[in-house]
Design a protein around this ligand. Structure first.
Ligand code: M6R
Length: 602
């Protein structure tokens, strides 16, 4: 997720663009840039780092302009460097483009452009766009035609904005990535999201997929793919900039829970082929893991729960695997041999315990892979290889969408490792279920009864979560989520362990969440009966028509899916339960006490 912005007509275009980028920094923040048109030609300022670093540099030069575009980046192709920062320009430096999204056919377009003599200098997918525009201009097209013809060649998802030297016009389009137009009195604006320009205008036009906009100081024109002009309604927004960043949600956490379908679609894009039942990972061609005998995962917190889940998925495919808490890994060195693959699972890529453990594995000569959300992170730079979970930036301290994206990425990795290193045959049903997962999460969120359940059990003494196999890490994660944001006591156990101790704590005021994932239902039914016999209320997380749901006091329904993936759906229900419980208790949900998003100390 990146943020783009544009402004035409204001004498204060430069500070306006920088304010817009500042307000969009929640969408990504590893590099930033602007391109401005000021009568002397096009000037581009861009660099790695925060918007504030860019703003400081621009202010020192004090340029003026009435037309410009800007970008704050969250890397998806190429690390965060000055060269990979947007805007990107063509060979002549007369066309500048900013982009949010992914251009899927960029490799093909890049080779074609290079063969025709274009010099592409970045590692991004975006850079092909200004060069394609340059080609069409050389062939005699107008700037608008060149922009439109270029967009016709792109596959993937994008919001694009372009300025060309010598004109006070911004050209923009969207397909699959957001773009909003701001209609001001003397200036007009474009951005990925309303907060970018909300302090200048509250009159907005929400653009639709396939819309192209030509905008100058006097107005704007919107046309559709077929070239026909379109009128879109101008709406007035009455939110604050902060409300707008949260997209109308009260908290980032709830916004991020509801973003999971989109995040997962990004996670799996280009990585699975449901028809062939195969998984293709960009950094790991077929056979990459042929020599792997054992996998060791290293992680902390929620990422550790994702790692435990992956251990189960690998075990189901006959690959020996273990998950280690990173802080424990360094203390008691587990046995390894040269065929052990070490996978660090870390959303931020900056968790000190995980980095230390990965460093130790590297010192022992083991091959390391970082599974992370942040392209330029220390984990990604330190490990031999990286696999990105592509969840987009997560602001809430509680990990939600990154957990789901970690699990699905790890499921793809597990399928690849098992296919390469054992006689496991790729499973069509599994891969098809991965493809269906985002839609299923949508239906879980839409129909969830987690809020009434949270109200019903809000004055409980403690909350327990139990599950077997892949539902065990989900039970651990359900308890972690609830305790970290509600400050209520919560514990997760393997369901089979309940009778070895924790059952002594079960009373009528300790609800127990029983998580069933299809592969273990019969035994979860007996666990439920054990709890009910001690008067413990049972909240099952299971398909609506299951035996366990019929036995439970309340069921948080999940659709039937492949048992390896059912835990992801169950977890969404538990995220919502934690959220609503914390909300009833009026907790600081996005910034719980004593916790930080990224723990960079040991
Ligand atoms: O960035 P990481 O994934 O390495 O972070 C590890 C933990 O600190 C993190 O998962 C933490 O447990 C969550 N924020 C809890 O929701």
């Amino acid at each position: 997720m990146c943020g783009i912005t544009a402004c035409v007509g204001s004498e204060r275009t430069v500070p306006t663009l920088l304010t817009g980028l500042d307000n969009l920094e929640y969408r990504g923040y590893d590099s930033a840039g602007i391109a401005i048109q000021n009568g002397d030609g096009l000037s581009v300022f861009k660099q790695e780092g925060k918007v504030s670093d860019l703003a400081e540099r621009v202010r020192r030069r004090d340029p003026t302009a009435t037309t410009g575009i800007g970008h704050t980046r969250w890397s998806t192709h190429g690390p965060p460097t000055d060269g990979n920062a947007h805007p990107h320009t063509d060979c002549t430096g007369e066309i500048a483009i900013v982009h949010n999204g992914i251009i899927e056919n960029y490799a093909q377009l890049r080779s074609m452009l290079k063969a025709r003599g274009h010099e592409l200098t970045s590692a991004t997918d975006t850079e092909v766009v200004p060069h394609l525009v340059e080609e069409r201009l050389d062939q005699g097209a107008t700037t608008f035609e060149a922009f439109k013809d270029t967009v016709d060649q792109l596959e993937g998802s994008y919001a694009l904005a372009m300025v060309a030297e010598g004109g006070d016009t911004v050209y923009a389009t969207r397909d699959g990535s957001p773009l909003v137009l701001g209609v001001g009195e003397e200036a007009n604006f474009l951005a990925s999201d309303v907060p970018a320009f909300l302090e200048f205008t509250g009159n907005v036009v929400y653009l639709e997929n396939g819309d192209t906009v030509v905008m100058d100081a006097d107005g704007y024109e919107i046309s559709h793919r077929d070239g026909a002009s379109i009128e879109r309604p101008v709406r007035e927004v009455d939110w604050t900039a902060e409300d707008a960043e949260k997209g109308g949600f009260d908290h980032y956490m709830l916004k991020e829970i509801t973003e999971q379908p989109t995040a997962l679609r990004q996670t799996i894009r280009g990585r699975i082929d449901p028809d062939r039942g195969s998984v293709e990972l960009e950094t790991f061609p077929d056979g990459s893991f042929a020599d792997v005998e054992r996998v060791q995962f290293i992680a902390c917190g929620t990422s550790y729960h994702a790692a435990l889940y992956a251990v189960q998925i690998l075990s189901n495919r006959g690959v020996p695997a273990d998950a280690f808490l990173a802080s424990e890994y360094t203390a008691g060195v587990p046995p390894t041999d040269e065929d052990t693959l070490v996978v660090g699972v870390t959303q931020s890529g900056e968790t000190a315990d995980t980095l230390n453990a990965l460093e130790m594995a590297r010192e022992r000569g083991l091959e390391t892979v970082a599974v992370t959300n942040v392209i330029g992170s220390t984990a990604a730079r330190t490990c031999d290889e990286s696999l990105f979970i592509r969840a987009g930036p997560e602001i809430g301290v509680a990990a939600t969408k990154t957990f789901s994206s970690q699990i699905v990425t790890l499921c793809c990795l597990a399928e690849r490792i098992a296919t390469d290193s054992t006689d496991h045959c790729p499973s069509e049903t599994f891969v098809q279920a991965i493809e269906e997962l985002p839609g299923m999460i949508e239906s879980v969120i839409d129909r969830s009864t987690a809020e009434p359940a949270a109200i019903a059990y809000s004055d409980s003494d403690s909350y327990f979560f139990v599950g077997r196999n892949e539902a065990r890490p989900v039970a651990l994660e359900g308890a972690l989520k609830l305790k970290e944001i509600s400050y209520e006591h919560a514990e997760g156990f393997a369901a089979g362990e309940l009778k070895h101790g924790p059952l002594a704590l079960v009373t009528e005021s300790t609800p127990v969440f029983a998580i069933a994932t299809g592969s273990n239902e019969e035994r979860m039914v007996s666990t439920t009966e054990e709890i009910r016999a001690r008067d413990g209320p049972v909240i099952s997380v299971a398909p609506a028509d299951s035996e366990i749901a019929a036995l439970a006091d309340h069921n948080l329904a999940v659709p039937e899916t492949h048992p390896d993936l059912a835990g992801v759906l169950a977890n969404v229900q538990l995220q919502l339960f934690a959220y609503h419980t914390a909300s009833l208790l009026d907790r600081a949900i996005d910034k719980p006490r004593n916790l930080a998003k990224s723990v960079t100390v040991e």
